[in-house]
Design a protein around this ligand. Structure first.
Ligand code: ADP
Ligand code: MG
Length: 325
Protein backbone atom coordinates (compact mmCIF):
# COMPACT_ATOMS: atom_id res chain seq x y z
CA UNK A 1 0.00 0.00 0.00
CA UNK A 2 1.34 3.49 -0.85
CA UNK A 3 2.06 5.57 2.24
CA UNK A 4 -0.23 8.57 2.73
CA UNK A 5 2.72 10.94 2.48
CA UNK A 6 6.11 10.38 0.89
CA UNK A 7 8.92 12.93 0.99
CA UNK A 8 12.00 12.22 -1.06
CA UNK A 9 15.25 14.15 -1.01
CA UNK A 10 13.55 17.42 -0.01
CA UNK A 11 15.89 20.39 -0.41
CA UNK A 12 15.02 24.00 0.42
CA UNK A 13 17.36 26.91 -0.26
CA UNK A 14 17.30 30.63 0.50
CA UNK A 15 19.50 33.24 -1.13
CA UNK A 16 21.11 35.28 1.68
CA UNK A 17 23.78 37.98 2.01
CA UNK A 18 26.11 35.27 3.28
CA UNK A 19 25.54 33.01 0.27
CA UNK A 20 22.99 30.27 -0.33
CA UNK A 21 21.41 28.84 2.80
CA UNK A 22 20.45 25.12 2.84
CA UNK A 23 18.12 24.79 5.86
CA UNK A 24 16.55 21.54 4.54
CA UNK A 25 19.08 19.49 2.68
CA UNK A 26 18.03 16.07 1.47
CA UNK A 27 15.23 14.94 3.78
CA UNK A 28 13.30 11.73 3.02
CA UNK A 29 10.54 10.15 5.10
CA UNK A 30 7.05 8.73 4.79
CA UNK A 31 3.92 8.73 6.90
CA UNK A 32 1.39 5.89 6.75
CA UNK A 33 -2.35 6.41 7.07
CA UNK A 34 -3.27 6.84 10.72
CA UNK A 35 0.35 6.95 11.83
CA UNK A 36 1.81 9.42 14.33
CA UNK A 37 5.32 10.38 13.23
CA UNK A 38 7.33 12.69 15.48
CA UNK A 39 9.89 14.96 13.84
CA UNK A 40 12.31 15.97 16.58
CA UNK A 41 15.34 18.28 16.74
CA UNK A 42 16.66 21.47 18.30
CA UNK A 43 15.45 24.85 17.13
CA UNK A 44 16.96 25.79 13.73
CA UNK A 45 17.25 22.21 12.41
CA UNK A 46 14.71 22.77 9.63
CA UNK A 47 11.59 21.13 11.08
CA UNK A 48 9.13 23.95 10.39
CA UNK A 49 10.38 24.55 6.86
CA UNK A 50 10.04 20.83 6.14
CA UNK A 51 6.41 20.90 7.28
CA UNK A 52 5.64 24.11 5.37
CA UNK A 53 7.05 22.51 2.22
CA UNK A 54 4.44 19.73 2.47
CA UNK A 55 1.80 22.40 1.77
CA UNK A 56 4.06 24.37 -0.56
CA UNK A 57 4.10 27.21 1.96
CA UNK A 58 7.86 27.81 2.08
CA UNK A 59 8.11 31.61 2.42
CA UNK A 60 9.75 33.38 -0.55
CA UNK A 61 12.53 33.81 -1.52
CA UNK A 62 12.91 30.24 -0.22
CA UNK A 63 12.68 27.59 -2.91
CA UNK A 64 12.09 23.87 -3.01
CA UNK A 65 14.86 22.57 -5.23
CA UNK A 66 14.30 20.44 -8.36
CA UNK A 67 14.80 16.77 -7.57
CA UNK A 68 12.74 17.05 -4.38
CA UNK A 69 9.54 14.99 -4.34
CA UNK A 70 6.44 15.20 -2.14
CA UNK A 71 3.60 12.78 -2.82
CA UNK A 72 0.24 12.74 -1.06
CA UNK A 73 -1.49 9.42 -1.71
CA UNK A 74 0.71 9.10 -4.81
CA UNK A 75 -0.11 12.60 -6.15
CA UNK A 76 2.91 14.79 -6.89
CA UNK A 77 2.27 17.83 -4.67
CA UNK A 78 5.11 19.84 -6.24
CA UNK A 79 3.47 19.59 -9.68
CA UNK A 80 0.00 20.80 -8.63
CA UNK A 81 -1.63 23.98 -9.93
CA UNK A 82 -3.07 26.62 -7.56
CA UNK A 83 -6.59 25.16 -7.66
CA UNK A 84 -5.49 21.61 -6.79
CA UNK A 85 -3.15 22.96 -4.16
CA UNK A 86 -6.10 24.58 -2.37
CA UNK A 87 -7.74 21.17 -2.18
CA UNK A 88 -4.78 19.98 -0.11
CA UNK A 89 -4.07 22.99 2.11
CA UNK A 90 -6.24 23.03 5.17
CA UNK A 91 -8.42 20.37 3.57
CA UNK A 92 -6.60 17.07 3.09
CA UNK A 93 -3.77 18.29 5.34
CA UNK A 94 -4.59 20.47 8.36
CA UNK A 95 -2.04 22.42 10.36
CA UNK A 96 -1.76 23.81 13.87
CA UNK A 97 1.05 25.91 15.34
CA UNK A 98 2.69 26.80 18.63
CA UNK A 99 0.74 29.96 19.35
CA UNK A 100 -3.01 29.66 18.73
CA UNK A 101 -3.47 33.38 19.45
CA UNK A 102 -1.69 34.36 16.24
CA UNK A 103 -4.00 32.15 14.14
CA UNK A 104 -7.28 32.93 15.92
CA UNK A 105 -9.02 36.19 15.10
CA UNK A 106 -9.54 38.13 18.36
CA UNK A 107 -12.73 39.87 17.19
CA UNK A 108 -14.73 36.78 16.24
CA UNK A 109 -16.32 34.20 18.53
CA UNK A 110 -15.26 30.57 18.63
CA UNK A 111 -18.51 29.54 16.86
CA UNK A 112 -17.83 32.05 14.06
CA UNK A 113 -14.29 30.79 13.52
CA UNK A 114 -15.02 27.08 13.58
CA UNK A 115 -18.22 27.72 11.56
CA UNK A 116 -16.23 29.58 8.92
CA UNK A 117 -13.88 26.63 8.59
CA UNK A 118 -16.86 24.25 8.29
CA UNK A 119 -18.41 26.42 5.57
CA UNK A 120 -15.12 26.69 3.68
CA UNK A 121 -15.30 22.95 3.08
CA UNK A 122 -19.01 22.14 3.00
CA UNK A 123 -21.95 24.04 1.59
CA UNK A 124 -24.12 24.24 4.70
CA UNK A 125 -26.28 26.90 6.36
CA UNK A 126 -24.93 29.07 9.18
CA UNK A 127 -27.17 27.19 11.59
CA UNK A 128 -25.80 23.82 10.46
CA UNK A 129 -22.25 25.15 10.66
CA UNK A 130 -22.89 26.23 14.25
CA UNK A 131 -24.23 22.78 15.09
CA UNK A 132 -21.15 21.23 13.53
CA UNK A 133 -18.94 23.65 15.51
CA UNK A 134 -20.56 22.39 18.70
CA UNK A 135 -19.84 18.76 17.74
CA UNK A 136 -16.22 19.64 16.98
CA UNK A 137 -15.81 21.41 20.35
CA UNK A 138 -17.10 18.24 22.00
CA UNK A 139 -14.74 16.09 19.96
CA UNK A 140 -11.70 18.13 21.06
CA UNK A 141 -12.73 17.86 24.70
CA UNK A 142 -13.84 21.40 25.53
CA UNK A 143 -15.95 21.36 28.70
CA UNK A 144 -19.38 23.05 28.51
CA UNK A 145 -19.09 23.40 24.72
CA UNK A 146 -22.50 25.07 24.37
CA UNK A 147 -21.35 27.91 26.64
CA UNK A 148 -18.00 28.17 24.84
CA UNK A 149 -19.49 28.73 21.38
CA UNK A 150 -20.05 32.44 21.93
CA UNK A 151 -16.86 33.42 23.74
CA UNK A 152 -13.86 35.19 22.21
CA UNK A 153 -10.35 33.67 22.04
CA UNK A 154 -8.94 35.88 24.83
CA UNK A 155 -11.57 34.50 27.21
CA UNK A 156 -10.05 31.03 26.94
CA UNK A 157 -6.87 29.51 28.37
CA UNK A 158 -3.92 28.64 26.09
CA UNK A 159 -4.79 24.94 26.21
CA UNK A 160 -8.44 25.60 25.31
CA UNK A 161 -7.37 27.86 22.43
CA UNK A 162 -5.14 25.09 21.09
CA UNK A 163 -8.15 22.74 21.25
CA UNK A 164 -10.13 25.30 19.24
CA UNK A 165 -7.35 25.40 16.63
CA UNK A 166 -7.53 21.62 16.41
CA UNK A 167 -11.34 21.82 15.99
CA UNK A 168 -10.86 24.34 13.15
CA UNK A 169 -8.37 21.99 11.47
CA UNK A 170 -10.72 19.01 11.91
CA UNK A 171 -13.63 20.79 10.22
CA UNK A 172 -12.37 19.71 6.80
CA UNK A 173 -11.95 16.06 7.86
CA UNK A 174 -8.21 16.06 6.99
CA UNK A 175 -6.34 12.83 6.32
CA UNK A 176 -3.33 14.30 8.05
CA UNK A 177 -2.68 16.91 10.72
CA UNK A 178 0.65 18.71 11.01
CA UNK A 179 1.18 19.93 14.57
CA UNK A 180 4.22 22.23 14.78
CA UNK A 181 5.30 22.58 18.43
CA UNK A 182 1.61 22.51 19.47
CA UNK A 183 2.38 22.35 23.18
CA UNK A 184 5.57 24.40 23.51
CA UNK A 185 3.73 27.44 24.88
CA UNK A 186 1.70 25.39 27.38
CA UNK A 187 2.47 24.18 30.88
CA UNK A 188 3.36 20.53 31.38
CA UNK A 189 -0.04 19.16 32.47
CA UNK A 190 -1.84 20.91 29.62
CA UNK A 191 0.87 19.70 27.19
CA UNK A 192 0.12 16.11 28.15
CA UNK A 193 -3.64 16.66 27.66
CA UNK A 194 -3.18 18.12 24.17
CA UNK A 195 -0.86 15.27 23.15
CA UNK A 196 -3.38 12.76 24.48
CA UNK A 197 -6.07 14.50 22.42
CA UNK A 198 -3.96 14.28 19.23
CA UNK A 199 -3.29 10.62 19.89
CA UNK A 200 -7.00 10.00 20.50
CA UNK A 201 -8.01 11.78 17.29
CA UNK A 202 -5.48 9.75 15.34
CA UNK A 203 -7.04 6.57 16.72
CA UNK A 204 -10.69 7.65 16.39
CA UNK A 205 -10.41 9.20 12.93
CA UNK A 206 -7.60 7.16 11.45
CA UNK A 207 -5.94 10.53 10.81
CA UNK A 208 -2.17 10.66 10.36
CA UNK A 209 -0.30 13.15 12.57
CA UNK A 210 3.08 14.74 11.97
CA UNK A 211 4.09 15.99 15.41
CA UNK A 212 6.96 18.45 15.34
CA UNK A 213 8.78 19.13 18.58
CA UNK A 214 12.17 20.07 20.03
CA UNK A 215 11.35 17.91 23.06
CA UNK A 216 12.13 14.23 22.59
CA UNK A 217 10.68 13.60 26.04
CA UNK A 218 7.08 14.22 24.98
CA UNK A 219 7.01 11.65 22.15
CA UNK A 220 7.64 8.55 24.30
CA UNK A 221 4.52 6.40 24.43
CA UNK A 222 2.71 8.59 21.92
CA UNK A 223 4.42 8.54 18.52
CA UNK A 224 4.58 5.38 16.39
CA UNK A 225 7.89 6.42 14.90
CA UNK A 226 10.46 9.12 15.51
CA UNK A 227 12.61 10.93 12.97
CA UNK A 228 15.42 12.96 14.52
CA UNK A 229 16.52 15.99 12.52
CA UNK A 230 19.83 17.81 12.74
CA UNK A 231 21.25 20.53 10.50
CA UNK A 232 18.77 20.09 7.66
CA UNK A 233 18.80 16.29 7.60
CA UNK A 234 17.32 13.26 9.30
CA UNK A 235 20.05 11.69 11.39
CA UNK A 236 18.14 8.83 13.02
CA UNK A 237 14.83 7.13 12.39
CA UNK A 238 13.12 4.22 14.16
CA UNK A 239 9.91 3.02 15.79
CA UNK A 240 9.48 4.91 19.06
CA UNK A 241 10.00 1.92 21.38
CA UNK A 242 13.12 0.90 19.42
CA UNK A 243 14.51 4.44 19.47
CA UNK A 244 14.10 4.78 23.24
CA UNK A 245 15.48 1.27 23.84
CA UNK A 246 18.49 1.79 21.57
CA UNK A 247 19.12 5.47 20.89
CA UNK A 248 22.18 5.26 18.61
CA UNK A 249 23.15 8.57 17.07
CA UNK A 250 25.22 10.70 19.48
CA UNK A 251 22.85 13.59 18.69
CA UNK A 252 19.80 11.54 19.73
CA UNK A 253 21.62 10.47 22.89
CA UNK A 254 22.35 14.13 23.57
CA UNK A 255 18.69 15.05 23.10
CA UNK A 256 17.67 12.30 25.50
CA UNK A 257 20.16 13.48 28.11
CA UNK A 258 18.75 16.98 27.82
CA UNK A 259 15.17 15.85 28.58
CA UNK A 260 14.43 17.20 32.07
CA UNK A 261 14.22 14.39 34.60
CA UNK A 262 12.80 14.79 38.04
CA UNK A 263 15.20 13.24 40.52
CA UNK A 264 13.76 13.82 43.95
CA UNK A 265 12.87 17.49 44.00
CA UNK A 266 15.60 18.48 41.53
CA UNK A 267 15.18 18.79 37.77
CA UNK A 268 18.36 17.68 36.00
CA UNK A 269 19.28 18.21 32.41
CA UNK A 270 22.49 18.15 30.41
CA UNK A 271 22.22 20.31 27.31
CA UNK A 272 24.23 19.34 24.22
CA UNK A 273 27.41 21.45 24.12
CA UNK A 274 27.58 24.08 21.35
CA UNK A 275 24.84 25.26 19.02
CA UNK A 276 23.26 24.29 15.71
CA UNK A 277 25.51 25.74 12.96
CA UNK A 278 24.13 28.20 10.38
CA UNK A 279 22.50 26.74 7.26
CA UNK A 280 24.80 28.88 5.08
CA UNK A 281 27.84 26.99 6.36
CA UNK A 282 27.15 23.40 7.38
CA UNK A 283 30.31 21.71 8.69
CA UNK A 284 32.13 19.34 6.31
CA UNK A 285 31.90 15.61 6.94
CA UNK A 286 29.24 14.74 9.51
CA UNK A 287 27.42 17.95 10.36
CA UNK A 288 27.29 16.99 14.02
CA UNK A 289 31.01 16.22 14.38
CA UNK A 290 32.03 19.59 15.93
CA UNK A 291 29.62 18.90 18.83
CA UNK A 292 29.98 15.13 18.94
CA UNK A 293 31.57 13.51 22.02
CA UNK A 294 32.19 10.28 20.03
CA UNK A 295 33.61 11.72 16.78
CA UNK A 296 36.20 9.65 14.89
CA UNK A 297 38.87 11.26 12.68
CA UNK A 298 36.94 10.46 9.49
CA UNK A 299 33.80 12.25 10.80
CA UNK A 300 35.47 15.62 10.07
CA UNK A 301 35.85 14.79 6.38
CA UNK A 302 33.44 12.01 5.31
CA UNK A 303 29.70 12.59 5.27
CA UNK A 304 28.01 9.42 6.63
CA UNK A 305 25.05 7.99 4.65
CA UNK A 306 21.99 6.48 6.39
CA UNK A 307 23.24 3.16 7.77
CA UNK A 308 21.20 0.36 9.39
CA UNK A 309 21.53 -0.06 13.16
CA UNK A 310 18.63 -2.43 13.81
CA UNK A 311 15.14 -3.37 12.73
CA UNK A 312 13.84 -0.51 10.50
CA UNK A 313 16.29 1.64 12.44
CA UNK A 314 18.78 3.80 10.58
CA UNK A 315 21.20 6.58 11.38
CA UNK A 316 23.62 8.84 9.59
CA UNK A 317 26.68 8.10 11.69
CA UNK A 318 29.93 6.24 11.07
CA UNK A 319 29.58 4.51 14.45
CA UNK A 320 26.94 2.31 12.79
CA UNK A 321 29.63 0.92 10.51
CA UNK A 322 32.18 0.62 13.26
CA UNK A 323 29.56 -1.40 15.15
CA UNK A 324 30.07 0.87 18.12
CA UNK A 325 26.62 2.42 18.27
N1 ADP B 1 12.05 32.87 5.79
C1 ADP B 1 13.32 32.47 5.99
N2 ADP B 1 14.36 33.06 5.37
C2 ADP B 1 15.63 32.66 5.58
N3 ADP B 1 15.97 31.67 6.40
C3 ADP B 1 14.98 31.02 7.05
C4 ADP B 1 13.61 31.38 6.88
N4 ADP B 1 12.85 30.58 7.65
C5 ADP B 1 13.72 29.76 8.29
N5 ADP B 1 14.98 30.02 7.92
C6 ADP B 1 16.19 29.35 8.43
O1 ADP B 1 16.09 27.98 8.23
C7 ADP B 1 16.59 27.27 9.36
C8 ADP B 1 15.57 26.27 9.81
O2 ADP B 1 14.41 26.94 10.25
P1 ADP B 1 13.12 26.17 10.80
O3 ADP B 1 12.61 25.25 9.77
O4 ADP B 1 12.20 27.22 11.29
O5 ADP B 1 13.76 25.34 12.01
P2 ADP B 1 13.02 24.64 13.24
O6 ADP B 1 11.56 24.62 12.98
O7 ADP B 1 13.64 23.27 13.31
O8 ADP B 1 13.39 25.46 14.43
C9 ADP B 1 16.95 28.31 10.41
O9 ADP B 1 18.33 28.48 10.43
C10 ADP B 1 16.26 29.55 9.94
O10 ADP B 1 17.04 30.68 10.25
MG1 MG C 1 10.01 25.44 14.12
Amino acid sequence: MTPLLEVEDLRITFPTRHGTSHPVDGVSFSVARGELLALVGESGCGKSLTSLALLRLVPPPGQIQPGSAIRLDGTDVLGLGPEELRSIRGRRIGMIFQDPMTSLNPVFTIADQIGESVRAHQKVSKRAARARALELLQEVGIPDPTQRLDVYPHQMSGGMRQRVMIAIALASEPEMLIADEPTTALDVTVQAQILELLDGLRAARGMAVLLITHDLGIVAGRADRVAVMYAGRLVEEAATAELFARPSHPYTKGLLASVPRITGAVTRLTPIAGTVPAPTAWPAGCRFHPRCPAALPRCATDDPPALPVGNAHRMRCWLAEAGRA
